[in-house]
Write a protein of this length. Structure first.
Length: 394
């Protein structure tokens, strides 16, 4: 069941992030949704009432002061869509763990999401106890205690728990205050080689556009480090699939940045943080329908190697956290097919060698990643991919 994440993003940003038609029909988030907002502070009101996303204070009608802009990634909460959620976690500086007060905690997907947050090392957390409008005071307190007990000893142990109603925008100011205090803007190094995980890609041309007016494809994501500028030459790896002499290959793409969009505005330069859209000279048929998700963007010659047979030092859980019965996790076996999430790349791999906790895989789709990168490992259990541990690229 959805814990109200998309409704929460709408309460914070005014944007309904689940735009995909299948998402709207089923009421769950399938693809990653995005929304930007600005945080403002009233100079006259006391916390938390002073925090808002409006340019005018609703309490005293005073003009508010801009604090910072933030971007939200609405990741899937449905148990069958864990891989897409991990793609979102890979580009986050912090996370809101949304837990519904009208359900017992933890639900299987909540255990799985907390495990995923720990794997990708998202350390700055705020726990949102949503749907308090659906329960009485006694149940709200019980839910709060369940959440506290669940996160005890985990990466979320010291995270604030903020009770809210996203549907009725209750306590949103307290949540914004918690965001400000618990998820600060991290320091960035603009001198590092620029890199961006592709989390969406688009063809923005409308059907019937004349050939002379067609513009190149767009890739979107979050810049991990460094900065990109208009007219920069860029490389995209592992690139696109091709077949030569009966062999399947992946060829990197080279192109030029024609436009940059960040924070809802056109800009000449984009740095780490927030969501960025990069306009290119690529054939839009390559970028349409998220065709380049999972690629890494950087300057030519500065990206990590493309790996088709990586070796991982694995760490498996004792039990598969996303299963209701907490199925015991068996060791990986030669010939087994598993699913890897590395950055925003989701790829299936066949186990070709197991030596202790060192596992070598043959990937169906190669990944562009460097040594030390963490990869989430999922195994098919009862017909669904379930998170069973992680590995570190060697």
């Amino acid at each position: 069941m959805d814990h109200g994440k998309t409704t929460l993003v709408q309460a914070l940003t005014g944007v309904w992030a689940a735009r995909h038609s299948e998402e709207l029909r089923r009421g769950i988030t399938i693809k990653l949704g995005y929304a930007d907002t600005a945080i403002f502070k009233c100079p006259k009101c006391a916390p938390p009432q002073c925090y808002t996303t409006e340019t005018e204070c609703s309490k005293c009608d005073s003009p508010t002061e801009f604090v910072r802009a933030i971007s939200f990634v609405d990741a899937p909460g449905h148990e069958a869509l864990m891989a897409t959620m991990l793609s979102g976690a890979a580009v986050m500086d912090g996370a809101l763990l949304v837990i519904a007060a009208d359900e017992t905690c933890p639900q299987p997907q909540t255990r799985e999401h907390l495990a995923a947050i720990e794997i990708v090392r998202v350390k700055n957390l705020v726990i949102v106890q949503n749907k308090i409008d659906l329960v009485d005071e006694k149940r709200a307190l019980e839910s709060y205690e369940e959440i506290s007990k669940f996160v005890s000893g985990s990466i979320a142990e010291n995270a604030p728990i903020i009770p809210i109603s996203a549907q009725h925008a209750v306590n949103i100011d307290a949540l914004i205050q918690a965001l400000e205090e618990s998820i600060p803007t991290p320091k960035r190094d603009p001198t590092k080689p620029p890199r961006m995980h592709v989390v969406r890609s688009f063809d923005i041309n409308k059907p019937g556009t004349p050939a002379k007016k067609i513009v190149g494809g767009v890739v979107g994501g979050t810049i991990l480090q460094g900065k990109f500028s208009v007219k920069d030459e860029i490389e995209i790896r592992p690139g696109i699939r091709s077949t030569k002499k009966g062999r399947t290959l992946y060829e990197p793409l080279s192109t030029e940045i024609t436009t940059l969009h960040a924070g809802g505005k056109v800009t000449k330069e984009a740095q780490s943080g927030g969501l960025v859209g990069i306009g290119t000279l690529l054939d839009p048929s390559l970028t349409k329908a998220d065709g380049l998700i999972g690629n890494l963007v950087g300057k030519p010659g500065m990206l990590p190697p493309t790996l088709s047979e990586p070796t991982l030092e694995t760490q498996l859980f004792e039990r598969a956290v996303g299963t209701k019965e907490l199925t015991e996790v068996e060791r990986l076996r030669n010939g087994e097919n598993i699913l890897l999430d590395i950055g925003t790349s989701i790829t299936a791999g066949n186990v070709v060698s197991v030596k202790g906790n060192m596992v070598t895989l043959k990937l169906g789709r190669p990944v562009c990643a460097e040594k030390g990168t963490r990869a989430a490992i999922s195994r098919k259990l009862a017909g669904r991919w379930r998170l069973i541990g992680y590995g570190i690229l060697k």
